[in-house]
Each structure stands twice: as structure tokens, then as C-alpha cells.
Design a protein around this ligand. Structure first.
Ligand code: FAD
Length: 475
């Protein structure tokens, strides 16, 4: 691949004059902070960063990138683990200014800017007793999360984030303003339910918002190593009878020092009961704890925004990260043995894995209704490393890869793009066929041809255009 030509200062000046937002170049004091993303392993230096203020800025930036053959990255929350939210020697389009959230409580609709964070969305909806199902860390961007799927504490109650998406406005790669909903461009709306940022820059998402009580029954049930087997067997049993109101994410990690729980890995079974009847929630939890009494029980009533930011400090911006995931169907003895062995190996602060219990509302959405790869599995495993010392990169990356490869034989197919670093075995770091399968990939490719025929938006989990050689592996 030939190196992209750096735009002339006069061209950058001309661009700045056309924008309502700002341009940041390496000469600017804020450049270093502005270029950084959540994953510090992704250390890239864009030629310029555009902080877009409105739709016109987006169209102008896309045209500029095309004219100057600059690789383009689109960023909202900057949490993408694979590092798609920045680019080396290209144009980084920063959408954080698009962070407005407008709630229509009567119609239970919420309009969210393409640069808003989950925290901004959660605070706005909870003021009206409403919520959109999103992820679990409040600084994550709604855009990146939604475009890939969106798992979190309301997945079993209200589905994935994409299951609540009813409309979107975007600027296509060609600079065209497009609205997508059930009547206008419904196929494009479908593409946005898991097909990533391949078709345009989304300026606004419209979601159905769902009722949520003012306080929620939630907590963590904690087990030391000797009780993991008992707890994981019980988790498998509990999963078969969970009502939709209960979402469970179990996790094995070394507790942060401020928890004062020693430095051995622990199993934390986290749960959220999304219903006003807390006694019914407690009874549901008791069915699990009878089978596996926890050593520590940290259960309380919390508001939605409180619960949604409770883990924020564990995932600070600037850690080094490498993630992989797999879906599987049973907490069989073989699977439990792998989980226990790998969990016990995780003796350092940082690497952890989550087991999401799937099903509920999420599992009942027909497979073809969204572009999201696979809904059929009972569990989803996300193995995530986040550490600070560069010297540990090789060891921790290999740990995550080795663990993921060991789980492959239990995999029921499909992968969640948002929980994935680049795939070291795929030609351009992403095996689109393996993730989406033939039918969904064909539909996504047709959309790509329609909205981004030159594959300008290729710094993502890329839906390549077969006859356009754009070298998807641009760093
Ligand atoms: P960015 O890096 O800003 O964007 C990611 C990509 O999305 C971009 O490269 C671009 O291709 C596209 N994009 C972003 N904005 C737009 C836009 N407006 N229009 C078009 N394309 C756009 N996922 C879950 O499902 N549940 C979780 O609970 C969860 N927790 C997480 C916690 C942490 C600490 C981290 C780091 C990630 C977590 N994720 C979770 C994964 C997360 O969904 C993805 O990393 C997602 O890509 C983050 O979106 P972002 O907007 O913050 O990222």
C-alpha cells in the first residue's frame, strides 16, 4: 500500500474555512489528547482531526478525504477495541459534538446524536422513567455500540440496542443526507442493526424507550476459586428458567485493590432485575443462591444511571486492550473446566472474562430481523484484556487468543464485532463471511454498493466491495 499523501497546509486552511467546527493538526497543543482513543495499544497519528459541528461539516470532511485520498476514521465514544476510532496519517472525523438527546415521553421515543455517550442517553431517559437497552460502561459511544448490536443490563428484558432502533439519519459516504426508517429506506435501517459504520456517518438515531422503575434491584454475588464449579453449574441451571426481567452477567477477574478482596481472581455473578416488584427479584436470585451460596453478597436498590456507571472506574481510558468473544450453548462440564482453568490463570489485574446469559427478549427476535450475526446461543463469552504495561502486551494478547481458540470447539457460530479486536487470521483483520454468513453478508454488500461504492468508510469491521481494491487493511 502506498502511503497516503499528506494534505498541503493551504488545503487544510481551505477546509477549516468551510467548517463550522474546528480542525486540529499535529501543530496544535490539543492534538495529542484529541487523537487518543480508549485502547492505548492503538497509538495513531492522524494528519488532521475534524471536530464536526453539523451535517455540513461531515459532508465537507468526507469530500475532503476522498479528494486527497486520505484514509478516514469516524469516532464517537472512541471505545472501539479494534482501534477503528482513529487512523494513521488520515482524517479523523470526531462526532462528539453530536451529543444531544431528546426524549418524547408521550410517544416513548428518544432521539440520540451520533456522538452521544451511553451516560448522556441514560441520564436523559431515566428522568422520564424510561430506558434504552445499551452497554454497561457510561463513557462508551451509543453510535459504535448500536451499529454493532449492543449488549447490556437490559438485554434479556428489552433486547439488544439495535432491537429498539426505529430510525436513523445519516450522511452517506457520497455526502448524501439519508433518512432510514420502516418506510423510507428500510433495508438501510436493517443494515444499521449490526452492519457497523459501513454505510454512512450517522448523525442521529431514534430509539423506542422502555419503561423502567425509579429504583432497580441489582447486585453482585461473589465466589472464591473453590466455589466456582458449584456456582457455574448453578448458573447453567438458573439460565434455563430466567424470566425476562432478569439479566445476568457473570465475570471472573482479579478485584481492583479498592475492593479490598485480595489479589486472587474471583467469580462475580452480577444481576439486574428490571421490574418494580423487588420481592419477585429477590425470590428469583434465591433460586440461584440456594444452589450456590455466595461468599460475599452485595445487593442493593439503585437508579438506572447509578448502576450504569458502577463499573466505569475499572475501565479507564488509556489502558491497553485486546478482546475476543465466542457464543456457546451449554455450561457443560467441559466448558466449565476450561473457564475455571483459564480464570485461575488470570492472576494479574486487568484481564477478565464475562459470561452473558442470552435468551429472553433478545433471543425471541427473528434471526433475519436484524443484521446482528447470531441470536440462537444460550451464552456469550467475552474475554477482555486491559492492562497498562506495554511490556506485557505479548503475554496478555496471547492469553486472550489462547483462551478464545480453546473455546472454539464449543462455539455455536457468529461473533460479536464490538467485542473483537482484529482477527489475526483474517486477511484484513476481519472475516465478514465467518461473522455474518452468506445471506446477511450478501444484503450488507448490496447496501455497501449503494451507499459507499468506493469503500471510503473502510476503517471498521469492513464490508468490502468485491471489485473495488481499497486495501481494507489501512492502519
Ligand atoms: P468509536 O471508536 O468512537 O467508534 C467505533 C466505530 O463505530 C467507528 O470506527 C465507526 O466505524 C463507527 N462509528 C462510530 N460513530 C459513528 C457514527 N456516528 N456513524 C457511523 N459510524 C460510526 N459493547 C456492548 O455491546 N456492551 C457493553 O457493555 C460494552 N462495554 C464496553 C466497555 C468498554 C470499556 C469498551 C472499551 C467497550 C465496550 N463495548 C461494549 C464495546 C463497544 O460497543 C464497542 O467498542 C463500540 O465500537 C464502541 O463504540 P464507540 O462509539 O465508543 O467507539
Amino acid at each position: 500500500m502506498s502511503a497516503p499523501a499528506f494534505p498541503q497546509p493551504s488545503a487544510v486552511k481551505e477546509l477549516a474555512a468551510r467548517l463550522h467546527g474546528s480542525v486540529i493538526t499535529p501543530a496544535d497543543p490539543e492534538y495529542d489528547e484529541a487523537r487518543r482513543v480508549w485502547n492505548a495499544m492503538i497509538d495513531r497519528s492522524p494528519a488532521l482531526i475534524v471536530r464536526a459541528a453539523d451535517e455540513s461539516d461531515i459532508a465537507v470532511s468526507l469530500a475532503f478525504a476522498r479528494k486527497h485520498s486520505l484514509p478516514l476514521a469516524v469516532r464517537s465514544g472512541g471505545h472501539n477495541v479494534a482501534g477503528h476510532g482513529t487512523v494513521e496519517a488520515g482524517l479523523l472525523l470526531d462526532l462528539r459534538a453530536f451529543n444531544e438527546v431528546t426524549v418524547d415521553p408521550e410517544r416513548r421515543l428518544v432521539q440520540v446524536g451520533g456522538g452521544a455517550t451511553l451516560g448522556e442517553l441514560d441520564r436523559a431517559t431515566s428522568a422520564h422513567g424510561l430506558a434504552v437497552p445499551v452497554g454497561v460502561i457510561s463513557q462508551t459511544g451509543v453510535a459504535g455500540l448500536c451499529l454493532g448490536g449492543g449488549f447490556g443490563w437490559l438485554t434479556r428484558t428489552y433486547g439488544l440496542t439495535v432491537d429498539s432502533l426505529v430510525a436513523a439519519d445519516l450522511i452517506s459516504a457520497e455526502g448524501e443526507a439519508v433518512h432510514a426508517d420502516a418506510h423510507a429506506n428500510p433495508e438501510l435501517l436493517w443494515g444499521l442493526t449490526g452492519g457497523g459504520g459501513n454505510f454512512g456517518v450517522v448523525t442521529s438515531f431514534t430509539f423506542t424507550a422502555h419503561p423502567l422503575p425509579p429504583t432497580l434491584y441489582a447486585g453482585n454475588l461473589i465466589y472464591h476459586r473453590a466455589r466456582w464449579h458449584q456456582a457455574l453449574v448453578a448458573l447453567g441451571d438458573w439460565a434455563t428458567e430466567l424470566p425476562d426481567e432478569m439479566t445476568v452477567i457473570a465475570n471472573v477477574m482479579v478485584p481492583p485493590p479498592e475492593w479490598d478482596m485480595g489479589d486472587e481472581p474471583i467469580l462475580v455473578v452480577g444481576f439486574l432485575w428490571a421490574d418494580p416488584d423487588h420481592d419477585a427479584g429477590a425470590a428469583c436470585v434465591e433460586r440461584f443462591t440456594r444452589l450456590a451460596p455466595p461468599e460475599i453478597e452485595d445487593v442493593s436498590t439503585v437508579t438506572w444511571p447509578e448502576w450504569q456507571s458502577v463499573s466505569d472506574s475499572i475501565f479507564p481510558k488509556g489502558v491497553r486492550a485486546y478482546w475476543k468473544n465466542t457464543a456457546f450453548d451449554s455450561l457443560s462440564e467441559e466448558v466449565i473446566n476450561v473457564l475455571i482453568a483459564r480464570g485461575a490463570e488470570q492472576t494479574w489485574q486487568g484481564t477478565a472474562f464475562d459470561i452473558h446469559i442470552m435468551g429472553g427478549a433478545m433471543g425471541r427476535v427473528p434471526a433475519e430481523a436484524t443484521a446482528f450475526p447470531d441470536r440462537s446461543s444460550a451464552f456469550w463469552l467475552n474475554i477482555y484484556g486491559f492492562w497498562t504495561d506495554e511490556e506485557q502486551d505479548e503475554h496478555h494478547v496471547q492469553f486472550v487468543r489462547g483462551f478464545a481458540h480453546q473455546m472454539e470447539r464449543f462455539s455455536t457460530g457468529g461473533q460479536y464485532v464490538n467485542f473483537s479486536s482484529n482477527d489475526e487470521r483474517a486477511p484484513h483483520g476481519f472475516d465478514a463471511f465467518g461473522v455474518y454468513g452468506a445471506e446477511k453478508l450478501a444484503r450488507l454488500t448490496a447496501l455497501k454498493r449503494r451507499y459507499d461504492p468506493q469503500n471510503l468508510l473502510r476503517l471498521n469491521h469492513n464490508i468490502a466491495v468485491p471489485d473495488v481494491d481499497t486495501d481494507a487493511a489501512i492502519p
